[in-house]
Design a protein around this ligand. Structure first.
Ligand code: AMP
Ligand code: MG
Length: 352
């Protein structure tokens, strides 16, 4: 009797030890290049064969959308842009239709700081190119385009047709298409039975479920150093998007000109080094990160409120971190942490 009890106790102990030292869960991962960035898909808790089939589907989905929404290589978007300045009704390709309503809504909410109608400005700055030249655009041409004030609300939609009241409108979904795609890809994965997944496109991601018995851990890049700025744990269903001035750009005479354009000036937005947003929808997080980057340290709280965003981390031009309380509760800064100010969206800032 005593011996049996001892054996039972040993067995329980062995099971407990086994549980403590259990290997990390099987997480299958595939990396590929799409939409100008490295995409990394992680799936936990699926048999290897099933994961491979889902990876193939995700990779094909990204490639397809990349072709459809390309802003400068021949695509349905490029064809639409060619037709818009006429002011006539033009047929809207069904692959573009689902982007239009959310892009208009998010643009309006952001007071047009997120403005996918400024494609001509982006082209003028040379960013409609894989390899851009370090060359400043003609300031008069910038002024002209800013005065023309192209906006998403200049578009009129009528079922399968669209027309622009403003000949300066040219669409560029670079600040939004990645988020929209991540939402669609995650929905498709869920439909196919994947409950635990991260789809990460160049540091921007949507995550569902968990990494085994712990949340997914997400690193946020330091905007000025080759290290992580901090970590966020994500479980359930959430997106993490960062817009940074370090992503695309060029230097002239020691000054950097980057790819996030302030539609009010026509020049790269100043005031922010990076903005990270947490939100359930990747499309909303993507548009918001771009909008809040443009808004900068003075205006980001008003725009975040209007866009319904609660968790924001903005690194300003001096390297200070501005965080909402919701973000402060989630982010763990790496050493050394940046000087930080927690700013409630509806109150005056308080120093930390
Ligand atoms: P993101 O990295 O999401 O902030 O998006 C930046 C990309 O969006 C740029 O490469 C441009 O294609 C486009 N873009 C630049 N400025 C804006 C803006 N103010 N609103 C919307 N899209 C923009
Ligand atoms: Mg964006």
């Amino acid at each position: 009797m005593r011996a049996e009890t001892a054996t039972g106790a040993l067995l329980i102990l062995a099971l407990l030890l086994g549980a403590c030292t259990a290997p990390e869960p099987q997480v299958a991962r595939r990396d590929f290049f799409a939409m100008g960035t490295l995409v990394s898909v992680s799936l936990a808790g699926l048999p290897a064969e099933r994961a491979e089939a889902l990876f193939d589907a995700v990779e094909a989905d990204f490639a397809e959308r990349h072709r459809q929404w390309h802003a400068w290589e021949e695509s349905p978007l490029v064809r639409l842009n060619r037709a818009l300045p006429s002011g006539d009704w033009v047929p809207l390709d069904p692959v573009l239709t689902p982007l239009m309503a959310p892009a208009i809504r998010l643009s309006v909410q952001s007071e047009h700081l997120f403005n996918p109608a400024i494609g001509r400005l982006i082209a003028l700055w040379g960013f409609h190119n894989e390899a851009f030249e370090p060359k400043l655009p003609d300031p008069d041409a910038i002024r002209e385009l800013v005065a023309a004030d192209p906006r998403m609300t200049d578009l009129e939609l009528d079922g399968e047709r669209v027309r622009s009241r403003n000949p300066a409108v040219q669409l560029d979904f670079g600040g939004f298409a990645k988020g929209y795609t991540l939402d669609e890809v995650i929905e498709a994965l869920r439909r196919e039975g994947a409950a635990h997944a991260v789809v990460n496109a160049g540091g921007d991601l949507r995550a569902i479920g968990r990494h085994g018995d712990r949340p997914w851990r997400i690193g946020i890049r330091h905007p000025r150093a080759d290290r992580v700025l901090g970590m966020i744990e994500v479980s359930g269903d959430e997106s993490v998007f960062t817009s940074g001035d370090y992503e695309r750009g060029f230097e002239i005479d020691g000054r950097r000109y980057h790819h996030i354009i302030d539609p009010r000036t026509g020049w790269p937005a100043t005031g922010s080094q990076s903005v990270t947003v947490l939100h359930r929808s990747a499309a909303v997080a993507d548009a918001a990160a771009t909008a809040l980057f443009v808004a900068g340290p003075r205006d980001w709280r008003r725009i975040a409120r209007r866009m319904g965003i609660e968790a924001v981390l903005l690194i300003d031009a001096e390297g200070r971190a501005h965080l909402t309380p919701a973000m402060a509760a989630r982010v763990r800064f790496a050493e050394p942490p940046p000087p930080s100010i927690v700013e409630a969206l509806d109150e005056t800032p308080r120093a930390q």
